[in-house]
Design a protein around this ligand. Sequence first.
Ligand code: GDP
Ligand code: MG
Length: 162
Amino acid sequence: RVPIVAVVGRPNVGKSTLVNRIVGRRQAIVEDVPGVTRDRVSYEVTWSGRRFTIVDTGGWQPGAGGLSARVTAQAELAVAAADLVLFVVDATVGITETDAAVAKLLRRGDKPVLLVANKVDSAAGELDTGELWSLGLGQPYTVSALHGRGSGDLLDAVITAL
Ligand code: GDP
Ligand code: MG
């Protein structure tokens, strides 16, 4: 069976941009408007001769109502089906309450998680990762999904974790 990697996080952190970067084509829909990816969307990826399926999800917002609750439920289903979870946060914003709530659910879950700090577009952005460590999900992988910075190291870590 091909292992499944789910990409989750609150809206607008760059999940779909990261999926595009990893897939190597612009397939996931990237939007400035949060919450565009409503359903789970899967793509096949090969890295270092290893094949896996990557699943893009909509914004995960624990406790949200309305449409956001349905998008959140889809993200939770994606995690349940996954062998590995990429939890994406926006390093330029820092940890929000929603990030902390998602992190808590992931810590309580039984799935391995890699913490991805996105939007680190330059070396100057590599500053203070102390706040990210406080999420209790181990080492943060700093990347720029937009420019590709750090994505090779992240993919190496994905392959190692699978
Ligand atoms: P999603 O809602 O988590 O899927 O986020 P998107 O992938 O749709 O991206 C939301 C916004 O963040 C878009 O305007 C992206 O261009 C922007 N974005 C995504 N990744 C990066 C990045 O690495 N650096 C910067 N500066 N912007 C990014
Ligand atoms: Mg998206």
